[in-house]
Design a protein around this ligand. Sequence first.
Ligand SMILES: *Cc1c(COP(=O)(O)O)cnc(C)c1O
Length: 474
Amino acid sequence: MIEDKCLTQDLKKELKEKVESRNYKEALKYSKKMLEYIEKDDLTHEEAEWLGRDTVSNFRDYVNPGFVEYRKCVTEGGQFAAVEWKDSGLNTFKDASGKEYIDCLGGFGIFNVGHSNPKVKKAVKDQLKRQALHTQDLLDPLRGVLAKLLSDITPGKLQYSFIGNSGTEAVEAGLKLAKIYGQEKGKFTIIAAVGGFHGKSMGSLSATAKDIFRKPFMPLVSGYRHVPYGDADCLYKTVKSCEMVGEGVAAVILEPIQGEGGIIMPPAGYFKRVREICDEFGALLIADEVQTGMGRTGKMFCMEHYGVEPDIMCLAKALGGGIMPIGAVIAKKEIFSKFFPNPFIHTTTFGGNPLSCAAAIATINVLLEEKLPERAAEIGDYFLKNLKKVCYKYDNLVEEVRGIGLMLGIEFYSNEIGYEVSKELFAGGILVAGTLINAKTIRIEPPLTIEKGQCDTVVEVLDKALAEVSSKFK
Ligand SMILES: *Cc1c(COP(=O)(O)O)cnc(C)c1O
């Protein structure tokens, strides 16, 4: 018995060493090969095939096989998975086989200044040449500059910024700010909206409002309530009820337009009422502009359309110029000052790093210099008008086309129709996507740099796609 056990352990040890040494060797070889690929601009047919095969098997075996299934919608004839490789111009990219696509998805709203915007890329490269990451101890100048710029371009009295690496982190920090601010007054309840999306970390997920993302992780953070989006009367009653039962409301967190919810626009006057309700009960208004911000809707921030100033605003996605990941929360001084006594009360190692800040500084510069928010308004009007013209020919398929600026959505009568249409569009060289919360809607969120001619191409291909799908769904 004892001998057996020893043997097993020896064997186990040997096996472990063998596995480890074999994997080191393999990892060395494999990483070297990939570094050589990274250097390449274009791939030969053989190289593209190898990359396609390995990408699929790597996703299947090491990332998550669910993605391979899901990405089927973007494979032609189900044979080759589409594997992306390079940007080609501001508004288009190429897959590994060299096929070009017009990007109407815009990375869910990250490519506002286009793909590989030269000014943003240069800023990051220049920063990289000099210093990649900050020491963490001295004061890093770019973070300060970015925080000032954010204060300059955001509406109202928003002044102090905490910089993180994603939208989720921006929301998380916003919620924590609201809680620390409300704490003394016994206000801790957070009210969010049904159909809202704010991220998937435990705190932000508690605000996110989609059953499939939340149910497996119950119980979430306590003290959250959800109300229907766009219903100010219901919000009023909910805030009032919370106050009456001693569960004071620290903040109401809302998207100015629900992005993942399926490009849902609030009714006119909604945010004005929300502001009044917040003021009446001393609750903070958090505007989650992670997707709507940085010019997407035709103004720098969507809240400007409503003439309403939030107390806290969350930014990310396009803030990094489609080059670097970055997120930021900006708040009024009175609120943010709760973080002053101990600046380490909320931190993250990589947040505000100089590479990301360089990208964000360049992004703000490009947005302002090239007047991209105005451009989004103008070209968005043109695009929406033409999308409507084509879509409403197929009223058996399309329920509604809506949006503002370049945050547009086409809602179909069913998920299946939306899926089929995106597949046809993809085959025609146009990337669109569904939304996380409402699969019936496909969104059109191209770079704000998209050309009129490219919009025309999209409309033409869409016309053909709808005709094709219409014949299937008679
Ligand atoms: C995408 C998104 C987030 C989450 O941002 P990540 O960068 O994915 O963490 C939060 N809020 C809104 C409104 C978003 O669209």
